[in-house]
Design a protein around this ligand. Structure first.
Ligand SMILES: [Zn+2]
Length: 293
């Protein structure tokens, strides 16, 4: 665990404690004192004043023990509500930061969002709207294991949109997403075959089969061997069996992708609400080049 992760874990647990204390205090504003105060005597509620929110009815408990008087007074419910909201927002932000960090978003695309994507044509506009809908209905997509294929020419914004999708799902649904490529998967699995490797093959595979959403780039690049082809197949198949969504990104046409992953898996990828999005227009990069040339 690195320092940053450690700090975050500590803040998370502090926030959890803080939230449960605040919630206990909030319950007391409604007259629920909790087991710690069972020995206290309930007094008549009093009129109290909050500098920010004005008058409120204050619950009041007392306990006399060995000649000493202890008391407990409830706090302004509006102040408590604000404190609870702030702690919850902070807790959520920490979780989102953590998920974003674990998503392995390529540095080149860290600023990619749906709203800064250049919509060049009708096809691009249709694709982005399918992806926006997919993100917006993520709980349904996740429950049904709905997958997507994004394929077509390089430089048409597939990666930009895949990153935008990942970020949206993390931000709005706090799901675990992982972006990777076929090459990375194969290298990671292959490393686990080495003598003295620090991870076993099933642990490596587990990384890819456990995230809520797995996005795999470069589908269709040349494989070294059949055993490597089987790795990808196994991961896709395991996710399908567990009804977990996968997004495949490829520069190949759908027919060619089917040759790589097999007809059956290809059909499974677009089952239900799943879709194949075709990015079939001149490259954004070469178009820009053409303008400047
Ligand atoms: Zn107040």
């Amino acid at each position: 665990m690195n320092n940053f992760t450690h700090q975050r874990a500590q803040e998370q647990s502090e926030l959890t404690v803080q939230l449960s204390e605040l919630q206990e205090e909030m319950a007391f504003t409604k007259g629920i004192a909790g087991p710690l105060y069972s020995a206290f005597v309930i007094q008549e509620p009093q009129q109290a004043n909050c500098e920010l929110h004005g008058h409120f009815e204050q619950n009041y408990l007392t306990l006399e023990y060995r000649g000493r008087l202890s008391e407990r007074r409830s706090r302004c419910p509006h102040c408590l509500k604000n404190a609870i909201d702030a702690a919850e927002i902070r807790k959520r932000q920490i979780r989102i930061d953590e998920l974003t960090e674990q998503a392995n978003i390529p540095p080149r695309f860290t600023s990619s969002e749906f709203n800064n994507f250049d919509i060049l044509n009708t096809c691009a506009s249709q694709n982005i709207s399918v992806l926006r809908d997919y993100a917006a209905s993520w709980p349904t997509m996740l429950a049904a294991g709905t997958s997507l294929i994004m394929c077509g020419k390089p430089g048409t914004g597939k990666n930009h949109l895949a990153v935008a999708l990942a970020k949206d799902i993390i931000r709005n649904h706090e799901s675990a997403v992982l972006m990777t490529s076929v090459m990375r998967i194969i290298r990671a699995v292959r490393r686990s075959w080495d003598k003295g490797a620090d991870m076993r093959e099933e642990d490596v595979i587990g990384i890819y089969t456990s995230r809520d959403l797995l996005i795999i780039d470069e589908v269709g690049i040349q494989y070294g061997s059949d055993s490597e082809k089987i790795i990808l197949f196994d991961i896709l198949n395991a996710r399908y069996e567990d009804m977990l969504p996968t997004v495949l990104i490829s520069n190949l046409a759908p027919v060619e992708i089917a040759e790589v992953i097999g007809e059956r898996l290809m059909d499974r990828m677009v089952e239900g609400d799943g879709a194949t999005l075709i990015f079939d227009w001149p490259s954004y990069r070469s178009r820009k080049g053409a303008v400047s040339a």
